[in-house]
Structure formats: C-alpha cells, structure tokens
Write a protein that binds this ligand. Structure first.
Ligand code: ADP
Length: 418
C-alpha cells in the first residue's frame, strides 16, 4: 500500500476512493476501523470510512488513530485525513483534534487543510470557504441538522478546534504552483489552510505535499497525490476503470438527508413518478410509523421504478422534530429506522440501494454488515456506485452525500446499472 486515508464519514470516503481510483490507484474502501492488513488485499490506496464527524472529539481521535496505525502497519507511506468539502464540524471538533493527533502519531510538524472541491462548487479564497457563489455561512450549510456552519473563515474555525497554530497559504502563492507552495510550506508549523479555486490549484498543492506525512482536506486534495507516487516510480501508469457488475435484486432509495439539494432531488423524483413514503422522527418515536409499514410499502409493488423512503424535511420541520425529541435523538431515530428498513429489504432479496445522507449511509452500511467496497461507475461528481466486497449478500450501493448530485439523481442513477 502506498496511500492510506481516514475519512470522517462514509459518503466522503467513497468520494475520495473514487478520486484515487480515477487517478489510477487500485483502491479499496473499508468501513470502520480496519481489523488488519487482510482486509486491504493488493490495494495501492486504502480509504477507511469512519462515522466520526459528529461523535465526541476524543472518540473521533481514538478511532482515527487506530485506523491510521493499521494503515501504517500495512505500509502506507502517506496519510490523508478526509473531511467534508463544506468543513462540517462543531467548535469542539472534530477536524482540529483529529489532525493534531495524526500529526503527533506521524511525528511531523506541519500539514495542510484544504476542503476545496471546485467541480462541486466548493472553493477556498483568502481562507474563506465558498459554496458556489455564497460564503459557507450564507449557504444552506448554516441550517445543517448536526453541524450548522456559521463561520466561513477556516483559519478561525480551525483555531477554535486546536491548540496548534493555524495559518494560511493564499491563492497568490498557490497560483505560482508547486515549488512556491512547497517552499512556503517548509517554513510553516501546525495546520496550514491552503486556498484553491480550481483543479489545477489542487494538483499543484498535491504535488507540493509530496513530502508531507499527513495531508488533510476534501476529496479534491487527493487529485495530485497519486502522481507523486508515479513520479517516484512506485505506481505504474494505469488507466482507471473497474469491472463492475451489480447483483440482481430489488432496488430502493432511502433518503435521510435534509440538505437543500437532497430535498430538491426528492421533489424531482416524486414528480418523475417514483412511489414514495415519507417518514418523520416524531411519527417513528410515537409508533405511528413503523419499519414494517415502510418495508411493506416498498415491497408491495417493486414496479419499474424503485420506490423512495424519505425523511428529508425542511429546516423548520427539522427544528420542530429536534425540539420535541432532542437534537441527537431526532437524528439517531431516523438513521436507525432507515437502517432497519434496509436490512429487512435485504432479507427480502433487495440488492440495490441508493442512500442519501452521510450519516444515514453510515448507519445503513453498518446495518447491512458491509465491511469493504470496490468503486464502480461515477453517477455524478463524487458519487459512484460501489459494490460490497466479501459480504454474505453482495449489494450495489450509491451513497450520496446530502449536497451532491444533480436534481434528477434518484431517477438517473439506475441507468449505470443496466
Ligand atoms: P447530509 O449528508 O445531508 O449531511 P446526513 O445523513 O449526514 O445528511 O445527516 C442528516 C441528519 O438528519 C441525520 O442524522 C438524519 O437522521 C437526520 N434527519 C433526517 N430526517 C430528519 C427529520 N425529518 N428531522 C430531524 N432530523 C432528521
């Protein structure tokens, strides 16, 4: 193995795996802290998907360190810590504490932080994160159910999360390309936020990061890393591509994301003729909505088009549910519900799942007992179909981070499986 990565959620891990596989690295994604090198096969890159974005910082640190140790034991020469391109975190963490702990483990003094993902409209300029043409703090992320982002200044956000220094390499230096970035980096200690507004910027940053033991960022930060191994003669030139064959069986869409984009996708799917059932946390809590009812609805008439089970709701409805049930409980109750629906459907022979929402995907994958994936065809930027590896019942899944995918994602994703 050349590159090891720890991602703080499942859809983010998939997004990173896709980037690495597209750049020609044989990539395996493992769900949860790896058991040992046996799980990695002959992978050149291994991406560990944790569910550590919103857990306590101390737990996020211990899971990330345990994963990193397994990756290093298996020969990883460089580590990536992957988080969301919208920098989803709270003032307590977990991006700062995990970065700090990984740096310490690796015995290095500096790393970079760059969540930019220009293809999806995430750019960093003067240390400020933009979502499309809005500052992060004015984007729909300000209303995220678990990690509302109300400050766009990443140096400031990170400095609240960590004791080590945080500084900035601005676009002016990044535009002067890899050697300028590398020499700026040489003088820095701590976490260095790096501006990036294009893939060319990210590739230059990747090249400049060749000597760093730890790189942190969104999936875009990995664009330039495989080429470093190729330059060093460690990675053969290889066209990307996988032999992907989805198992036959029923198909369903489970959506627990409340992001603006997912809500739009739900609307377009329903208008486009998908049968749908809406669930909400209060109804689940008071027993008026049960997993039995949702499963019966899905299985009643599999039909031509896969049915949709969704809890996606607007910020006012999310707030109302959180006030009734408590913030954490409102989230968990939906995650557990959708995970149970998924396992019951798998028992009935369903083998093709689209899951919307990072946390939601984590819950569903864990419930299905899937431990590792291969990366398949890309549906939209950052969202591939994936195929379970070594699972008792093979499943094809598309795990969509809330903000990702075009409006007709739920309708068109299936075309790749024909
Ligand atoms: P995203 O990728 O959009 O961030 P996640 O699945 O990571 O989506 O997070 C969404 C969170 O909101 C989950 O914990 C989910 O269970 C919770 N949730 C889903 N529907 C509702 C709802 N109607 N009310 C309150 N919380 C909800």
């Amino acid at each position: 193995m050349l590159l090891g990565a720890v991602a703080d959620d499942l859809t983010g891990a998939t997004d990173l795996s896709l980037t690495l596989s597209r750049e020609g690295m044989k990539t395996v994604q493992v769900v949860g802290v790896p058991g040992g090198p046996g799980e990695f096969g002959d992978a050149e890159a291994v991406v560990v998907a944790l569910k550590s974005r919103t857990i306590k910082a101390v737990d996020a640190v211990s899971q990330s360190i345990a994963s990193a140790e397994r990756l290093l034991d298996a020969g990883a020469r460089q580590l990536v810590f992957k988080y969301c391109s919208t920098f989803d975190s709270t003032d307590e963490g977990n991006i700062g504490p995990v970065t700090e702990a990984l740096l310490q483990l690796l015995g290095d003094t500096a790393t970079i932080a760059c969540p930019a993902f220009p293809t999806n409209g995430r750019s960093v300029y003067q240390g400020h994160l933009f979502v499309g043409d809005r500052l992060l703090s004015e984007s729909p992320m300000k209303d995220h159910p678990l990690t509302p982002m109300r400050d766009s200044d990443l140096v400031r956000v990170l400095q609240r999360q960590t004791k080590i220094g945080v500084s900035l390499i601005p676009l002016k230096i990044v535009s002067a390309r890899a050697s300028a970035i590398a020499s700026a980096l040489k003088e820095r200690r701590g976490i260095v936020v790096v501006d990036a507004v294009s893939d060319a910027d990210l590739r230059a940053i990747g090249e400049a990061a060749a000597t760093l033991k730890l790189v942190t960022g969104g999936s875009g930060i990995a664009l330039g890393l495989p080429e470093n191994f190729r330059r060093a003669g460690l990675l053969p030139p290889r066209p990307a591509g996988t032999g992907f064959s989805a198992p036959a069986g029923g198909a369903v869409i489970l959506s627990g994301s409340c992001s603006q984009q997912t809500r739009r996708q739900v609307e377009v799917a329903i208008t486009g003729g998908l049968r749908s059932i809406k669930v909400d946390p209060v109804a689940i809590a008071d027993g008026s909505m049960t997993a039995d009812a949702a499963v019966a609805f899905v299985a009643a008439d599999p039909g031509e088009k896969p049915p949709l089970v969704y809890s996606s709701a607007d910020p006012a409805a999310v707030k109302a549910a959180q006030e009734t049930l408590g913030k954490a409980h409102a989230g968990t109750i939906v995650e557990e519900f959708l995970a149970e629906v998924a396992t019951r459907l798998a028992d009935k022979g369903f083998s093709r799942f689209i899951v919307a929402g990072g946390e939601t995907s984590g819950a569903v994958v864990a419930a299905l007992g899937v431990r590792a994936f291969e990366i398949g065809p890309e549906i939209d930027p950052g969202v591939p179909w994936v195929l379970s590896r070594g699972a008792e019942r093979p499943v094809a899944m598309a795990l969509k981070s809330g903000n990702f995918g075009s409006d007709d994602f739920f309708l068109k994703a299936w075309e790749h499986l024909q």
